[in-house]
Design a protein around this ligand. Structure first.
Ligand code: KG4
Ligand code: ZN
Length: 337
């Protein structure tokens, strides 16, 4: 029996809808919200309003692109959390409404689980490689930095977590100090390729076990720049590529150092990265180099599945559908899960 899922993602500032049929992504549409750029971060009230504007056209386009009509859909999956409450409310309400009108089962999905599940999305006319269990995944996004052991679809254990900022926040906040628009990660990645990663050195925190910390690095970066700019007002402009390369280098070495430690500790060599920061070219290169050295079987997500997208919600929803895990119409979004 074929199963077709409509998936909705609205946890932060991207409105996304996807159609997943039997594990294959038939479509995955994303509407980005440029409005936050000038504010240096996501403004929750503006995000929520933009989701309201985008959600119907994005869903419609996802269905048209997949060649799927409302009557072909078997279930509606949506992000219940974690995320911004006002943003989650839009996606949750829309999913509930769609399911209610068509009398379809509703499937709530944990956004973080979905990022890891993005490695299980299948695509037509492609050689699809998917991880075997146990699978070790570094989840690095704007809101989270975690090391997760996945023992089966949807059975995940967090073995490392950030004690303060997320890796994506380190990129975004340090980028803001340098005058970049939000989100700064992609711009830093691009400029870092032209810079010298050993030009400047920044603090690497010492945190126990498999946990992370990035707030000290941000403060270190801020004070370093404040002192240099005092002496030379053009310091940032004149050293932009080296600053980006050096900052990116320290973030990557913190992340990869803990991933290596986690692999040694668990004995797992089936390894992936996920989340917005997994799009970073330096991180992808560094993980590939470790894989070569340590004989890891690695999974780097397709770029379209790194940042927030509904296909990952749909694949998590598909496995929940197979398990018969449904939600009632009383379900409410949760900012923290
Ligand atoms: O997963 P995501 O779309 O949203 C959350 O769930 O947080 O991740 C967004 C984060 C932002 O912090 C953004 O700066 C970062 O991912 N990001 C990158 C790159 N592309 C996106 N960071 C570094 N390098 C990139 N190429
Ligand atoms: Zn995310």
């Amino acid at each position: 029996m074929s199963v077709t899922i409509l998936a909705i993602e609205s946890s932060c500032d991207d409105t996304s809808a996807a159609i997943i049929r039997d594990g294959y992504a038939l479509s995955n549409l994303i509407a980005n919200q440029d409005i936050h750029k000038e504010y240096g971060g996501v403004v929750p009230e503006l995000a929520s309003r933009a989701h309201q504007v985008n959600i119907v056209p994005v869903t419609h386009q996802a269905m048209v692109k997949a060649g799927v009509k409302a009557e072909d859909i078997d279930a509606v999956a949506f992000t219940r959390g974690p995320g911004l409450l006002g943003s989650l409310l839009v996606g949750t309400s829309f999913a509930k409404g769609f399911a209610l009108v068509r009398n379809l089962p509703l499937i709530e999905v944990n956004h973080l689980q979905a990022h890891v599940m993005s490695h299980f999305i299948l695509e037509k006319d492609k050689e699809n490689r998917i991880p075997v269990f146990p699978f070790l995944c570094l989840l690095v996004s704007g809101g989270h930095t975690r090391i997760i052991v996945m023992n089966s679809h949807l059975d995940m254990e967090v073995i490392g977590n950030t004690i303060d900022d997320a890796a994506g926040e380190a990129f975004d906040k340090c980028g803001k100090i340098m005058g970049f628009q939000y989100p700064a990660g992609p711009a830093i990645d691009k400029l870092a390729r032209q810079g010298n990663k050993h030009a400047f050195s920044f603090t690497k925190p010492s945190v126990k076990g498999l946990d992370f910390s990035f707030s000290g690095l941000k403060t270190n970066f801020l004070y370093f720049l404040r002192d240099r700019v005092n002496d030379d007002p053009d310091f940032i402009t004149n050293n932009r590529t080296d600053l980006c390369a050096s900052l990116q280098h320290v973030i990557i070495s913190i992340l990869v150092g803990k991933l290596v430690k986690a692999s040694i500790q668990t004995g797992i060599k089936e390894i992936g990265i996920a989340g917005g920061v997994s799009a970073n070219s330096g991180l992808r290169d560094a993980v590939s180099a470790e894989a070569e050295k340590r004989k890891w079987n690695i999974f780097l997500p397709e770029f379209r599945y790194t940042t927030d997208n509904a296909a990952m919600i749909g694949i998590a929803g598909y496995y929940k559908y197979l398990r018969g895990e449904f939600s009632s119409q009383d379900v409410a979004p949760l900012a923290r899960l």
